[in-house]
Design a protein around this ligand. Sequence first.
Ligand SMILES: O=C(CO)COP(=O)(O)O
Length: 132
Amino acid sequence: MNIALIAHDKKKDDMIRFAIAYKKILEKHFLYATGTTGKKIIEATGLKVHCFNSGPLGGDQQIGAYISDNKMDLVIFLRDPLTAQPHEPDVSALLRLSDVYSIPLATNMGTAEILLRGLEQGFLDWRNYRHN
Ligand SMILES: O=C(CO)COP(=O)(O)O
């Protein structure tokens, strides 16, 4: 599966803890991330991650484009709900495209854990049919 990992600045430490905790699951998949999030995950875990541009410089849009091309299966986006983002329209567009294409999307740690555990249990196997 192709998994996108994105975290706003105040959520990056949480994302790193998450990537360390779930490394054994994550390493079985193709990982993508916005620039800064990806770099931090690589440094902390050694996982292989394809890094797009930083979020404010178009990274969210690049991930959105993957979603609309049926190339993203799961999105984990640890958003900071308490800080205004200069690229809020890009963030909204990414969330919207996840809904348009029914791509499982976690915007907080609680849901992220459920999605990764579900992934491990095969709950996202239906995505394989979408690829074929
Ligand atoms: O801003 C972001 C998502 O909207 C995250 O981007 P970075 O991972 O480059 O910080």
